[in-house]
Ligand binder design. Sequence first.
Ligand code: NI
Length: 180
Amino acid sequence: MACLPILEYPDSRLRIRAVSVAEVDAETRTLVADMLETMYAAPGIGLAATQVNIHKRILVTDVSDERNEPLCLINPDILSAEGSVSFEEGCLSVPGVFEAVSRAERIVVKALDENGETLEFDAEGLLAICIQHEVDHLEGKLFVDYLSALKRDRLKKKMVKKAKHRTGESDSSRLSAPVI
Ligand code: NI
């Protein structure tokens, strides 16, 4: 397994729309294992393949407290969504930034697992938020897109400045809310 580098906003590769996985094979499973390792090491509760510069419709998540319930969704499809909930989100591709985003409260998801088996389930709470956040990544969309243009512009300038002055030190504010 390998830990993969994570793209950071405003990297334009985060805007690439991922394509469907035609066949869930050994290569797919290796990528899923690497994505899980990367997510746990970050640490984050979700990661989309887009964030590691692989533009395939694959996401991984683990919203458990014990960090021992990995979930892999390949070609995820949100079949229905209802309700509305606002939650302060962070993102491994936008380190140190936390903003409230409004999303559907409950969703029905259909996807393939890492063995190519079809999954269909209801999700709510943090899992529903996380899946919506990661599916957005696969569409080339980031949580900061939900913010006002002014706020996003300020953030973009801050991120560009930060990238220029990178020290390699980890940002302690990352731990204040789940990073997805
Ligand atoms: Ni994210």
